[in-house]
Design a protein around this ligand. Structure first.
Ligand code: KG4
Ligand code: ZN
Length: 325
């Protein structure tokens, strides 16, 4: 069965096609993303502009995704679209487009939670079988879930303030490294000394599994004002952010007896983070190429998993409420 996935939760128009094989395995047939650049002059995403651009682009991105997969729209067997969380006007574009398609084609529709999509992005690389722990690290989230069974997510920890990606973006901005900050910090860090700025690991000694990045952001601003080189600031910030994410996740995995850990979301593209997680001794799964940041294929992968598990057709609310902590 071919499953179409759509994500228009923020500033990327993503459409992908995934094939669910009779033996339950899945393969990504296509993944097309249009990343909006209209926000560059505003210092952040302008919701109204994002919605309008999704409306203008979604047909073309859909056409590209079908062409890349080599399928026609009539061959689709199900549609999945992100129902939340995200910018409401932006979400509505993909959601209504997907619902319209499913009704026109008379095929099932699966409203999908954006974070479930990020988690299932790792299913592009390996069979994803619960139980496992999942760390979603993106521009909007730093959430650690215990996944005991398919479709059951227990939030065991999250950030108290900024998301990890948000902190990468802000530190890049204050040190003049540009936007998006994650890739800019990673690039600059290669030329810097990770010990140059003595950042402290946030919440060291805590018993829970929370994260915090706002203190690091302030410390980075002070170091910048005191004359730290952008490369040193980038290397030192990246090192402490990675250490915090790895330490807390590994402690949670050990305490909960999980030996598989999914690390996904935009920040999971970070090479230093990947290397540190691969040294933990846990079985660590990451999304495949192009599936870390927001995209449609990850939503199709989550939809395919729901179909495989017999979760049936979801209504508009199901996906959005599945994670209420
Ligand atoms: O998942 P995503 O596309 O959007 C959200 O749902 O938030 O994540 C975007 C975030 C941005 O904050 C971006 O700076 C960060 O992921 N990011 C990275 C890297 N690539 C993207 N952070 C660290 N290192 C990277 N290589
Ligand atoms: Zn995302």
């Amino acid at each position: 069965m071919l499953v179409l996935g759509i994500d228009t939760s923020c500033d990327d128009t993503g459409v992908g096609v995934v094939e669910l094989h009779p033996d339950g395995s899945v393969s990504v047939r296509s993944n097309r993303v249009w990343s909006q650049t209209v926000h560059a002059n505003y210092g952040g995403v302008m919701p109204e502009l994002a919605s309008r651009e999704h409306v203008e682009r979604i047909d073309a991105v859909m056409g590209d995704a079908l062409a890349e997969a080599g399928v026609s729209v009539e061959q689709l067997g199900a549609v999945a679209a992100t129902s939340g969380p995200g910018l409401v006007g932006a979400l509505l574009v993909g959601l209504m487009y997907g619902k319209g398609l499913s009704q026109g084609l008379k095929i099932p529709f699966h409203a999908t939670h954006h974070l479930e999509g990020h988690i299932y992005a790792a299913a592009s690389e390996a069979e994803l079988q619960p139980p496992y722990l999942a760390l979603v690290v993106s521009g909007g989230h730093t959430h650690l879930f215990d996944v005991r069974a398919e479709g059951q997510y227990e939030l065991v920890g999250a950030t108290r303030d900024d998301a990890a990606g948000e902190a990468f973006d802000k530190v890049a901005r204050l040190s003049g490294l540009g936007y998006p900050g994650g890739p800019a910090i990673a690039e600059a860090a290669k030329l810097g000394d990770p010990k140059a700025v003595p950042f402290k690991v946030p919440l060291a000694g805590q018993k829970g599994y929370e994260f915090s990045f706002s203190g690091l952001k302030t410390a980075a601003l002070l170091a910048h004002r005191a004359g730290a080189k952008p490369e040193d600031l980038a290397a030192s910030f990246q090192a402490v952010a990675v250490k915090s994410l790895v330490k807390t996740s590994v402690r949670a995995a050990n305490d909960l007896g999980r030996n598989t850990l999914v690390v996904s979301g935009g920040v999971a593209a970070n090479q230093a983070l990947r290397e540190a997680f691969l040294q933990t001794g846990l079985r660590v799964l990451f999304p495949g190429k192009g599936l870390n940041t927001d995209n449609g294929a990850m939503i199709a992968l989550a939809g395919a998993a729901a179909i495989r598990a017999g979760r049936g057709e979801h209504g508009l609310g199901d996906g959005a409420t599945a994670y209420a902590p």
